[in-house]
Design a protein around this ligand. Structure first.
Ligand SMILES: Cc1ncc(COP(=O)(O)O)c(C=O)c1O
Length: 339
């Protein structure tokens, strides 16, 4: 069996770089002063103050959580019953999973096949003037593209929906709607420390929205939903943002190299990406190939039953990507379909 140390993790869209040594040292120094016998009220206050200064929005417009996964749960639990939860699909699977677990009413509307754009006329026709939540991942996971800002503005202006714009991959592309929050009361923007900051392990994400919406979500938030260790690391990350983000151009460059090389494999279609992952379409069902890669210690992501020929591949370190490319080339040249 493959030892865990050898496994190449290209399935979770993690940042492949570890925390830079000087940032890590700063974290360690700050952690020594925490009083772990206390609840993290002070640490929460300090983090909210830092985040507020960082974003230029008052703390009342912010809500931080244990990764965006917690924010998604809190959002759906507090606002998900206003109407249906509209999911342009394919999208980040957690939204459907949580909405279904909460017994919410879900409407999945397909993106336009292959361009992966929002089908705005279809959405407008289906939702009419109903209230409810629509989830827009921008860039989208697993398709990797960014929907035009104008499309999202149309949803805000021509529907009564509350629009959640998940910017988990902000920073790999510079597109953001965070400034629009000041103008639109029904716009919620989500961000995470997991991707460009490379801090998926601390579990930290946040939402930015109109104060009234934030208050509703706060009502379902556990009082101390964030722990002091995460909050301290979060503060250091905001202070040392430049150092953490300095690795992003290398990931983007490597994404483009990987995309080019994947595109040279026989029968493989690579979709343009504004993120740290690539969506590819194979000339045959992906599952057997996924299984073979898994046995070789390379983890990539199957995209779901509706998209059997697709794989989602995170951009790893160049050495990891080269191993993936070699394994894929071997399989594709051999026909790839052996069960
Ligand atoms: C679109 C999207 N939103 C949210 C998340 C979860 O982020 P977090 O690590 O903050 O829970 C992911 C993780 O892959 C994602 O792709």
């Amino acid at each position: 069996m493959q030892s865990p140390e050898l496994s190449i993790r290209l399935h979770a869209n993690e940042n492949p770089f570890v925390v830079p040594a000087n940032v890590w040292q700063e974290i360690q120094e700050r952690l020594t002063n925490i009083e772990l016998n206390r609840y993290p009220g002070q640490a929460m206050k300090a983090f909210y103050a830092s985040l507020s200064a960082h974003l230029g929005y008052p703390a009342e417009m912010l809500l931080a959580g244990n990764g965006l996964e917690e924010i998604i749960l809190l959002l759906l639990a507090s606002l998900g019953r206003k109407g249906r939860v509209i999911l342009p699909t394919p999208t980040f699977f957690v939204y459907k999973q949580v909405a279904a677990a909460l017994g919410l009413s879900i409407l999945e509307l397909p993106l336009i096949e292959d361009s992966w754009q929002l089908d705005i006329p279809l959405i407008l026709k289906e939702v009419g003037l109903e209230e409810g939540l629509i989830i827009i991942c921008r860039p989208n996971n697993p398709t990797g593209n960014v929907f035009p800002r104008e499309d999202v503005l149309r949803l805000l202006e021509e529907t009564q929906l509350t629009v959640v714009v998940d910017e988990a991959y902000f920073g790999f592309c510079e597109e953001t709607m965070i400034e629009d929050v000041a103008r639109y009361d029904r716009l919620i923007v989500l961000r995470t420390f997991s991707k460009t900051f490379g801090l998926a392990g601390i579990r930290l994400g946040y939402m930015v929205a109109n104060q009234n919406l934030v208050e509703v979500v706060h009502q379902v938030r556990p009082a101390f939903n964030l722990n002091a260790l995460t909050l301290i690391v979060g503060c250091v990350a905001l202070e040392q943002e430049q150092q953490l983000l300095a690795r992003v151009p290398a990931i983007v460059e490597e994404r483009e190299r990987l995309a080019t090389l994947l595109g040279r494999l026989p029968g493989v279609k690579v979709y343009p990406s504004e993120t740290n992952f690539l969506l590819i379409k194979l000339p045959f069902p992906a599952q057997p190939l996924w299984q073979k890669l898994h046995e070789d210690g390379i983890s990539v992501r199957l995209v779901g039953n509706e998209m059997p020929q697709f794989l989602r591949i995170s951009v790893g370190l160049p050495t990891e990507n080269d191993l993936l490319l070699a394994a894929l080339a071997e399989q594709l040249n051999a026909g790839g379909q052996q069960e």
